[in-house]
Design a protein around this ligand. Structure first.
Ligand code: HEM
Length: 148
């Protein structure tokens, strides 16, 4: 009799654990913990607020795709060495290994086609792209203002 009670108690104990595990992986709970969903399609103007100061999130476009680089805030956040890239299309700067402001396409101009890049610059850009693919999440794409 006592053995049956013990077995039942042990089973109940494990069932309780099982249910609390299920609760903790409830997708609704997980979604609540994640940051709010942001748009998947950006234009240079909608992207630029994600620069770590107007919005705490930091997004950066590379070859038409938008990466969430918020984790790299020490690089891209305000005062960071690559803060110019935050909220912008960084492709040309990455291709030319320069974070100079003049390499960023002004917000009111069409998207940079990158057509004039040399093979070496393309290679440099591609290897940066690979670096970002391995490190950060892609959260959207970059589009021209008139091409939504
Ligand atoms: C003075 C020369 C430079 C030094 C000493 C330097 C140093 C560094 C260091 C130490 C890292 C961190 C590497 C890591 O922990 O993964 C880094 C990352 C990086 N650097 Fe530089 N850098 C220099 C120039 C540049 C230039 C000119 C660019 C322009 C494209 C650049 C763009 C980047 C980017 C995009 C990252 C990656 C950050 C990330 O993983 O999100 N750096 N740099």
């Amino acid at each position: 009799m006592i053995t049956t009670v013990i077995i039942v108690l042990v089973i109940l104990y494990f069932l309780k654990d099982l249910f609390s595990d299920i609760r903790s992986v409830n997708p609704l709970d997980a979604a609540k913990q994640e940051s709010p969903v942001v748009e998947g399609k950006f234009t240079p103007k909608t992207l630029c607020k994600y620069n770590g100061s107007d919005d705490p999130k930091i997004f950066m476009a590379v070859k038409g795709r938008v990466f969430d680089v918020s984790q790299g805030a020490t690089f891209y956040g305000p005062g960071g060495p690559y803060e110019n890239f935050a909220g912008r299309d960084a492709s040309r700067g990455l291709a030319k290994n320069s974070f100079e402001l003049e390499l960023l396409t002004p917000l009111d101009q069409p998207l940079d086609t990158l057509e004039d890049l040399t093979p070496e610059e393309r290679e440099s850009l591609d290897s940066w792209e690979e670096h970002f693919e391995n490190k950060y999440k892609i959260i959207g794409t970059l589009h021209g203002e008139n091409e939504k």
